[in-house]
Write a protein that binds this ligand. Structure first.
Ligand SMILES: Cc1ncc(COP(=O)(O)O)c(C=O)c1O
Length: 383
Protein backbone atom coordinates (compact mmCIF):
# COMPACT_ATOMS: atom_id res chain seq x y z
CA UNK A 1 0.00 0.00 0.00
CA UNK A 2 1.36 3.42 -0.99
CA UNK A 3 1.58 5.99 1.81
CA UNK A 4 -0.20 9.27 1.13
CA UNK A 5 1.17 11.84 3.54
CA UNK A 6 -1.45 14.48 4.31
CA UNK A 7 -0.16 15.87 7.61
CA UNK A 8 1.86 18.76 6.25
CA UNK A 9 0.36 21.19 8.79
CA UNK A 10 2.21 19.21 11.49
CA UNK A 11 5.43 18.98 9.50
CA UNK A 12 6.04 18.82 5.77
CA UNK A 13 7.09 15.50 4.31
CA UNK A 14 8.92 14.58 2.20
CA UNK A 15 11.45 17.39 2.00
CA UNK A 16 13.04 18.36 -1.32
CA UNK A 17 15.99 16.08 -2.09
CA UNK A 18 18.37 19.06 -1.80
CA UNK A 19 17.38 19.47 1.88
CA UNK A 20 18.47 15.93 2.77
CA UNK A 21 21.68 16.43 0.81
CA UNK A 22 22.52 19.73 2.49
CA UNK A 23 22.12 18.29 6.00
CA UNK A 24 24.16 15.23 5.11
CA UNK A 25 26.87 17.27 3.38
CA UNK A 26 27.29 19.56 6.38
CA UNK A 27 27.50 16.66 8.82
CA UNK A 28 29.90 14.61 6.69
CA UNK A 29 32.11 17.17 5.03
CA UNK A 30 31.93 20.50 6.87
CA UNK A 31 31.38 20.32 10.62
CA UNK A 32 32.56 23.42 12.43
CA UNK A 33 30.84 25.54 15.07
CA UNK A 34 29.88 28.99 13.73
CA UNK A 35 31.55 31.93 15.46
CA UNK A 36 33.78 29.76 17.64
CA UNK A 37 37.28 30.75 16.53
CA UNK A 38 38.59 31.27 13.02
CA UNK A 39 39.34 27.86 11.57
CA UNK A 40 38.23 27.24 7.98
CA UNK A 41 35.55 24.85 9.24
CA UNK A 42 34.20 27.47 11.64
CA UNK A 43 34.12 30.16 8.98
CA UNK A 44 32.36 27.83 6.52
CA UNK A 45 29.75 26.98 9.15
CA UNK A 46 29.33 30.70 9.88
CA UNK A 47 28.71 31.42 6.23
CA UNK A 48 25.87 28.88 6.17
CA UNK A 49 24.14 30.80 8.96
CA UNK A 50 24.76 34.06 7.14
CA UNK A 51 23.51 32.75 3.79
CA UNK A 52 20.37 31.36 5.41
CA UNK A 53 19.75 34.64 7.25
CA UNK A 54 20.12 36.50 3.93
CA UNK A 55 17.75 34.09 2.17
CA UNK A 56 15.18 34.56 4.95
CA UNK A 57 15.55 38.35 4.79
CA UNK A 58 14.94 38.21 1.05
CA UNK A 59 11.95 35.94 1.61
CA UNK A 60 10.24 38.20 4.18
CA UNK A 61 11.43 41.57 2.80
CA UNK A 62 13.63 42.23 5.83
CA UNK A 63 16.17 45.01 5.20
CA UNK A 64 18.84 43.87 7.68
CA UNK A 65 19.33 40.10 7.96
CA UNK A 66 21.31 40.45 11.21
CA UNK A 67 17.98 41.15 12.91
CA UNK A 68 16.94 37.54 12.37
CA UNK A 69 17.92 35.08 15.13
CA UNK A 70 17.61 31.32 14.77
CA UNK A 71 15.60 29.32 17.28
CA UNK A 72 14.70 25.67 17.76
CA UNK A 73 11.18 26.20 16.39
CA UNK A 74 8.46 28.85 16.33
CA UNK A 75 7.33 27.96 19.85
CA UNK A 76 10.68 29.13 21.19
CA UNK A 77 10.50 32.27 19.02
CA UNK A 78 7.00 33.15 20.30
CA UNK A 79 8.07 32.58 23.92
CA UNK A 80 11.05 34.90 23.37
CA UNK A 81 8.73 37.62 22.04
CA UNK A 82 5.99 37.29 24.67
CA UNK A 83 8.26 36.95 27.69
CA UNK A 84 10.92 39.30 26.37
CA UNK A 85 8.65 42.28 25.71
CA UNK A 86 5.67 42.14 28.08
CA UNK A 87 5.91 43.56 31.60
CA UNK A 88 3.51 43.62 34.60
CA UNK A 89 0.68 46.04 33.87
CA UNK A 90 0.85 45.53 30.08
CA UNK A 91 -2.12 44.32 28.06
CA UNK A 92 -1.86 41.92 25.12
CA UNK A 93 -4.47 40.97 22.50
CA UNK A 94 -4.75 37.72 20.58
CA UNK A 95 -7.50 35.96 18.62
CA UNK A 96 -9.64 33.02 19.71
CA UNK A 97 -7.95 30.81 17.09
CA UNK A 98 -4.47 30.76 18.64
CA UNK A 99 -2.30 27.69 18.84
CA UNK A 100 -1.06 26.73 22.31
CA UNK A 101 2.35 28.09 21.31
CA UNK A 102 0.79 31.54 21.71
CA UNK A 103 -2.00 30.75 24.17
CA UNK A 104 0.09 28.92 26.79
CA UNK A 105 2.83 31.52 27.22
CA UNK A 106 0.12 34.21 27.31
CA UNK A 107 -1.74 32.20 29.94
CA UNK A 108 1.41 31.94 32.08
CA UNK A 109 2.21 35.65 32.02
CA UNK A 110 -1.44 36.43 32.58
CA UNK A 111 -1.62 34.15 35.62
CA UNK A 112 1.79 34.86 37.15
CA UNK A 113 3.25 38.09 35.77
CA UNK A 114 0.43 40.60 35.99
CA UNK A 115 -0.11 40.90 32.23
CA UNK A 116 -3.70 41.43 31.07
CA UNK A 117 -4.80 39.29 28.12
CA UNK A 118 -7.81 39.73 25.84
CA UNK A 119 -8.85 37.06 23.35
CA UNK A 120 -10.90 38.51 20.51
CA UNK A 121 -13.66 36.07 19.48
CA UNK A 122 -13.59 34.84 15.87
CA UNK A 123 -16.57 33.59 13.85
CA UNK A 124 -17.51 29.90 13.58
CA UNK A 125 -15.32 29.50 10.47
CA UNK A 126 -12.39 31.06 12.30
CA UNK A 127 -12.50 34.47 10.62
CA UNK A 128 -11.53 37.57 12.58
CA UNK A 129 -13.12 40.99 12.15
CA UNK A 130 -10.24 43.48 12.58
CA UNK A 131 -12.70 46.03 13.98
CA UNK A 132 -13.42 43.67 16.91
CA UNK A 133 -9.71 43.65 17.58
CA UNK A 134 -9.55 47.46 17.40
CA UNK A 135 -12.31 47.65 20.02
CA UNK A 136 -10.25 45.49 22.41
CA UNK A 137 -7.42 48.06 22.56
CA UNK A 138 -6.95 49.65 26.01
CA UNK A 139 -4.65 52.45 27.19
CA UNK A 140 -2.15 49.85 28.51
CA UNK A 141 -2.21 47.62 25.41
CA UNK A 142 1.37 46.89 24.34
CA UNK A 143 1.14 43.99 21.91
CA UNK A 144 -1.02 42.15 19.40
CA UNK A 145 0.17 38.57 19.11
CA UNK A 146 -1.64 36.29 16.70
CA UNK A 147 -1.37 33.65 14.02
CA UNK A 148 -1.43 34.26 10.28
CA UNK A 149 -3.51 31.15 9.55
CA UNK A 150 -5.23 28.59 11.74
CA UNK A 151 -3.74 25.12 11.97
CA UNK A 152 -7.27 23.79 12.58
CA UNK A 153 -9.30 25.37 9.77
CA UNK A 154 -6.66 27.05 7.62
CA UNK A 155 -8.55 30.34 8.06
CA UNK A 156 -6.42 33.32 7.03
CA UNK A 157 -6.29 36.28 9.38
CA UNK A 158 -6.55 39.88 8.08
CA UNK A 159 -2.86 40.49 8.74
CA UNK A 160 -2.47 43.68 6.76
CA UNK A 161 -5.45 45.32 8.48
CA UNK A 162 -4.27 44.19 11.92
CA UNK A 163 -0.74 45.43 11.17
CA UNK A 164 -2.17 48.83 10.22
CA UNK A 165 -4.21 48.97 13.45
CA UNK A 166 -1.08 48.09 15.45
CA UNK A 167 0.86 50.90 13.73
CA UNK A 168 -1.92 53.39 14.28
CA UNK A 169 -1.96 52.66 18.04
CA UNK A 170 1.79 52.21 18.42
CA UNK A 171 1.48 48.54 19.44
CA UNK A 172 3.95 45.73 18.84
CA UNK A 173 2.64 43.36 16.18
CA UNK A 174 3.94 39.83 16.70
CA UNK A 175 2.96 37.33 14.00
CA UNK A 176 2.97 33.51 14.20
CA UNK A 177 3.58 32.36 10.60
CA UNK A 178 3.78 28.63 11.37
CA UNK A 179 1.11 27.77 8.80
CA UNK A 180 1.91 30.36 6.14
CA UNK A 181 5.67 30.88 5.76
CA UNK A 182 6.62 29.23 2.47
CA UNK A 183 3.10 29.06 1.07
CA UNK A 184 1.94 32.68 1.18
CA UNK A 185 3.89 35.87 0.55
CA UNK A 186 4.93 37.55 3.82
CA UNK A 187 6.32 41.08 3.81
CA UNK A 188 7.26 42.68 7.14
CA UNK A 189 6.96 46.18 5.66
CA UNK A 190 3.69 45.79 3.79
CA UNK A 191 2.10 43.92 6.69
CA UNK A 192 3.63 46.16 9.40
CA UNK A 193 5.08 43.19 11.26
CA UNK A 194 7.37 44.21 14.15
CA UNK A 195 8.22 40.70 15.28
CA UNK A 196 8.02 37.86 12.77
CA UNK A 197 8.23 34.33 14.13
CA UNK A 198 8.64 31.32 11.85
CA UNK A 199 9.25 27.61 12.01
CA UNK A 200 11.59 25.90 9.55
CA UNK A 201 10.05 22.45 9.25
CA UNK A 202 6.62 23.22 7.80
CA UNK A 203 6.08 25.33 4.66
CA UNK A 204 9.72 26.41 4.55
CA UNK A 205 10.51 22.72 3.88
CA UNK A 206 13.52 22.60 6.22
CA UNK A 207 14.35 20.01 8.90
CA UNK A 208 12.78 19.87 12.36
CA UNK A 209 14.72 21.84 14.98
CA UNK A 210 14.86 25.03 12.91
CA UNK A 211 12.99 28.32 13.20
CA UNK A 212 13.57 31.92 14.07
CA UNK A 213 12.54 35.39 15.06
CA UNK A 214 12.94 38.75 13.35
CA UNK A 215 12.90 41.94 15.42
CA UNK A 216 12.34 45.30 13.80
CA UNK A 217 15.47 47.42 14.47
CA UNK A 218 15.14 49.66 17.51
CA UNK A 219 13.10 47.23 19.64
CA UNK A 220 14.38 46.40 23.11
CA UNK A 221 13.90 42.85 24.24
CA UNK A 222 15.07 40.91 27.29
CA UNK A 223 16.56 37.61 26.07
CA UNK A 224 15.27 34.38 27.61
CA UNK A 225 18.77 32.88 27.65
CA UNK A 226 22.35 34.01 28.07
CA UNK A 227 25.44 32.04 27.15
CA UNK A 228 28.23 31.51 24.66
CA UNK A 229 27.90 33.41 21.41
CA UNK A 230 31.50 33.42 20.17
CA UNK A 231 31.42 37.23 20.44
CA UNK A 232 32.64 39.56 23.24
CA UNK A 233 33.99 36.53 25.12
CA UNK A 234 35.96 38.76 27.49
CA UNK A 235 32.74 40.03 29.14
CA UNK A 236 30.36 38.34 31.55
CA UNK A 237 27.60 40.53 30.11
CA UNK A 238 25.69 38.96 27.24
CA UNK A 239 26.00 40.85 23.90
CA UNK A 240 23.20 43.37 23.39
CA UNK A 241 23.23 43.24 19.57
CA UNK A 242 21.32 40.99 17.18
CA UNK A 243 21.50 38.18 16.35
CA UNK A 244 23.85 37.27 19.25
CA UNK A 245 21.39 38.75 21.76
CA UNK A 246 18.95 35.90 21.03
CA UNK A 247 21.36 33.17 19.87
CA UNK A 248 23.03 31.64 22.93
CA UNK A 249 24.79 28.32 22.54
CA UNK A 250 25.63 26.25 19.49
CA UNK A 251 23.13 26.60 16.67
CA UNK A 252 21.56 23.78 14.66
CA UNK A 253 23.89 24.41 11.72
CA UNK A 254 23.13 21.13 9.88
CA UNK A 255 19.43 21.94 10.16
CA UNK A 256 19.99 25.51 9.02
CA UNK A 257 21.93 24.19 5.99
CA UNK A 258 18.81 22.15 5.22
CA UNK A 259 16.54 25.15 5.78
CA UNK A 260 18.62 27.16 3.30
CA UNK A 261 18.13 24.38 0.74
CA UNK A 262 14.38 24.45 1.46
CA UNK A 263 14.25 28.22 0.89
CA UNK A 264 16.18 27.86 -2.37
CA UNK A 265 13.75 25.17 -3.51
CA UNK A 266 10.75 27.43 -2.82
CA UNK A 267 12.43 30.28 -4.71
CA UNK A 268 13.11 28.03 -7.71
CA UNK A 269 9.55 26.67 -7.78
CA UNK A 270 7.92 30.02 -7.02
CA UNK A 271 5.69 30.60 -4.01
CA UNK A 272 2.71 31.38 -6.27
CA UNK A 273 3.01 27.99 -7.93
CA UNK A 274 3.19 26.25 -4.54
CA UNK A 275 0.16 28.16 -3.26
CA UNK A 276 -1.82 27.53 -6.41
CA UNK A 277 -1.15 23.76 -6.32
CA UNK A 278 -2.08 23.53 -2.63
CA UNK A 279 -5.24 25.59 -3.23
CA UNK A 280 -6.23 23.29 -6.06
CA UNK A 281 -5.82 20.22 -3.81
CA UNK A 282 -7.70 21.96 -1.01
CA UNK A 283 -10.61 22.92 -3.30
CA UNK A 284 -10.88 19.37 -4.54
CA UNK A 285 -10.81 17.85 -1.05
CA UNK A 286 -13.35 20.30 0.38
CA UNK A 287 -15.74 19.76 -2.53
CA UNK A 288 -15.29 15.97 -2.38
CA UNK A 289 -15.80 15.72 1.39
CA UNK A 290 -18.83 18.02 1.39
CA UNK A 291 -20.63 15.66 -1.01
CA UNK A 292 -20.29 12.70 1.39
CA UNK A 293 -23.40 12.18 3.58
CA UNK A 294 -22.61 12.59 7.28
CA UNK A 295 -19.38 14.55 6.76
CA UNK A 296 -18.95 18.05 8.25
CA UNK A 297 -16.12 20.20 6.92
CA UNK A 298 -14.94 23.18 9.02
CA UNK A 299 -13.56 26.57 8.03
CA UNK A 300 -14.18 28.93 5.10
CA UNK A 301 -15.57 27.34 1.94
CA UNK A 302 -13.40 29.31 -0.51
CA UNK A 303 -9.80 28.11 -0.65
CA UNK A 304 -8.62 31.69 -1.18
CA UNK A 305 -9.59 32.40 2.43
CA UNK A 306 -7.57 29.52 3.87
CA UNK A 307 -4.40 27.49 3.68
CA UNK A 308 -4.53 23.84 2.62
CA UNK A 309 -5.80 22.55 5.96
CA UNK A 310 -9.11 20.68 5.96
CA UNK A 311 -10.59 19.59 9.28
CA UNK A 312 -13.65 17.36 9.17
CA UNK A 313 -15.73 14.92 11.18
CA UNK A 314 -17.92 11.99 10.23
CA UNK A 315 -21.22 12.00 12.12
CA UNK A 316 -21.18 9.72 15.16
CA UNK A 317 -17.62 8.53 14.51
CA UNK A 318 -14.66 9.25 16.74
CA UNK A 319 -12.10 11.38 14.88
CA UNK A 320 -9.27 9.17 16.17
CA UNK A 321 -10.99 6.11 14.73
CA UNK A 322 -11.35 7.87 11.35
CA UNK A 323 -7.67 8.84 11.38
CA UNK A 324 -6.59 5.31 12.32
CA UNK A 325 -8.70 3.75 9.57
CA UNK A 326 -7.31 6.19 7.02
CA UNK A 327 -3.78 5.28 8.12
CA UNK A 328 -4.04 1.50 8.49
CA UNK A 329 -6.56 0.68 5.75
CA UNK A 330 -5.71 3.30 3.15
CA UNK A 331 -2.17 4.49 3.93
CA UNK A 332 -3.37 8.09 4.40
CA UNK A 333 -1.50 9.99 7.14
CA UNK A 334 -3.64 12.58 8.98
CA UNK A 335 -3.85 14.08 12.45
CA UNK A 336 -6.81 13.77 14.79
CA UNK A 337 -7.77 15.20 18.18
CA UNK A 338 -7.48 18.76 19.47
CA UNK A 339 -4.47 19.88 17.35
CA UNK A 340 -2.82 21.87 20.21
CA UNK A 341 -5.52 24.50 19.84
CA UNK A 342 -8.34 24.20 22.39
CA UNK A 343 -9.28 27.88 21.87
CA UNK A 344 -9.87 27.31 18.16
CA UNK A 345 -11.86 24.13 18.83
CA UNK A 346 -14.12 26.09 21.19
CA UNK A 347 -14.50 28.77 18.51
CA UNK A 348 -15.63 26.37 15.79
CA UNK A 349 -17.60 24.09 18.18
CA UNK A 350 -15.42 20.95 18.11
CA UNK A 351 -13.92 21.09 21.60
CA UNK A 352 -15.76 17.91 22.64
CA UNK A 353 -15.28 15.94 19.44
CA UNK A 354 -11.91 17.12 18.11
CA UNK A 355 -11.50 16.67 14.37
CA UNK A 356 -9.64 14.74 11.74
CA UNK A 357 -7.32 17.00 9.74
CA UNK A 358 -6.11 16.57 6.17
CA UNK A 359 -3.31 18.91 5.18
CA UNK A 360 -2.06 18.30 1.65
CA UNK A 361 1.29 19.72 0.57
CA UNK A 362 3.21 20.60 -2.55
CA UNK A 363 4.27 16.99 -3.11
CA UNK A 364 0.73 15.61 -3.11
CA UNK A 365 -0.95 14.94 -6.44
CA UNK A 366 -4.57 15.33 -7.55
CA UNK A 367 -4.71 11.53 -7.61
CA UNK A 368 -3.80 11.55 -3.89
CA UNK A 369 -6.77 13.84 -3.25
CA UNK A 370 -9.09 11.48 -5.18
CA UNK A 371 -7.89 8.47 -3.16
CA UNK A 372 -8.42 10.32 0.12
CA UNK A 373 -11.95 11.42 -0.80
CA UNK A 374 -12.84 7.87 -1.81
CA UNK A 375 -11.36 6.52 1.45
CA UNK A 376 -13.41 8.94 3.58
CA UNK A 377 -16.46 7.99 1.51
CA UNK A 378 -15.95 4.30 2.27
CA UNK A 379 -15.35 4.92 5.98
CA UNK A 380 -18.47 7.13 6.22
CA UNK A 381 -20.58 4.52 4.36
CA UNK A 382 -19.47 1.72 6.68
CA UNK A 383 -20.81 3.46 9.81
C1 LIG B 1 -0.28 28.10 14.15
C2 LIG B 1 0.84 27.37 14.81
N1 LIG B 1 1.63 28.01 15.68
C3 LIG B 1 2.66 27.39 16.28
C4 LIG B 1 2.97 26.07 16.02
C5 LIG B 1 4.12 25.43 16.70
O1 LIG B 1 5.11 25.05 15.78
P1 LIG B 1 6.46 24.38 16.27
O2 LIG B 1 6.08 23.07 16.89
O3 LIG B 1 7.28 24.23 15.05
O4 LIG B 1 7.06 25.29 17.28
C6 LIG B 1 2.17 25.37 15.11
C7 LIG B 1 2.42 23.94 14.85
O5 LIG B 1 1.60 23.22 14.37
C8 LIG B 1 1.10 26.04 14.48
O6 LIG B 1 0.32 25.40 13.60
Amino acid sequence: MRTIYMDNAATTFPKPEAVYQAVDFFNRHMGGNPGRGSSKATLQAGSILMDCRDALADFFNIADSSHIAFTLNITEAINIAIKGFLRPGDHVISSSMEHNSVARPLHVINQHNGVEWTTVPCAGDGTLDPEDLRRAIQPNTRMICMLHASNLTGTLMPVEEVGAIAREHDLLFVLDTAQTAGVLPIDVEKQSIDVLTFTGHKGLLGPQGTGGIYLRPGLNINPLKQGGTGSLSEYLEHPAFMPDLLESGTQNTPGIAGLLAGLNFIKEQGIDRIRSHEQHLCDKIIKGLKEIPGVTVYGPVESIKRTAVVSFNIHEMDCGEVSTQLDYKYGVVTRSGLHCTPLAHRTIGTFESGSCRLSPGYFNSIEDADIVIEAVHEIASSR
